[in-house]
Design a protein. Structure first.
Length: 202
């Protein structure tokens, strides 16, 4: 039985993507429960599992303050939980900023790594550049001020960019779901070249 959080992601994917062959990325895997649930539900999904599993990383939240032994155990649990789909997973024991260099295209993301404002903005930008038109950028912890601010500002920057390109005032909606999840759907008519000009927080 998927968790409430994973079920919300599953529902969004089924509703908005509607195709069997999928490429997705989970940023912030920890013990791998969400990765497991997604790989079980979508038998033709290839999932990129991105997590440094490193003490001190994560925007100062509770998990980032755990000792390295705790993170090592979480990594081992994630690998064990997804072993049934070992041929459909790619594990990146690093940050998304580093892993993204090896990724060209994804259908969806689940951003749940470093929860600092700067990290969420950067992760969102790097996801958006690789997200196919119609793809889903999903994330967690929308109830955290740093996450909500980053997501809202990112959506506003997207809307401003599209308005400048089309000459029309167009909004980009941030949809929210169960368990503090959030989602932005990439418009079908997005020009791939325009993604490269998105604001990045250095």
């Amino acid at each position: 039985m998927p968790s409430i959080r994973a079920q919300q992601l599953i529902d969004w994917i089924v509703q908005h993507l509607g195709k069997p062959d999928l490429m997705g990325v989970e940023i912030g895997v920890n013990p791998g429960a969400t990765s497991r649930d997604l790989l079980k539900r979508f038998p033709k999904l290839h999932l990129l599992m991105v997590d440094p599993w490193k003490s001190g990383y994560g925007g100062g939240d509770r998990m980032s303050k755990q000792p390295q032994e705790w993170h090592d155990q979480a990594r081992n649990e994630a690998l064990k939980a997804t072993e049934f789909a070992s041929d459909r997973r790619s594990v990146f024991e690093t940050t998304w900023a580093e892993a993204a260099m090896f990724v060209e295209s994804i259908d969806f993301s689940f951003i749940d790594g470093n929860h600092s404002y700067e990290a969420v903005r950067l992760d969102s930008t790097l996801v958006w550049e690789r997200l196919v038109p119609g793809g889903l950028m999903m994330g967690h912890d929308y109830n955290r001020p740093s996450v909500k601010r980053a997501v809202m500002e990112f959506a506003e920057s997207l809307a401003e960019q599209r308005s400048n390109e089309t000459g029309k005032v167009e909004g980009i909606a941030v949809l929210t779901g169960e368990h503090a999840t959030w989602m932005i759907i990439k418009p079908q008519d997005t020009d791939p070249k325009s993604d490269r000009s998105l604001w990045r927080k250095e």
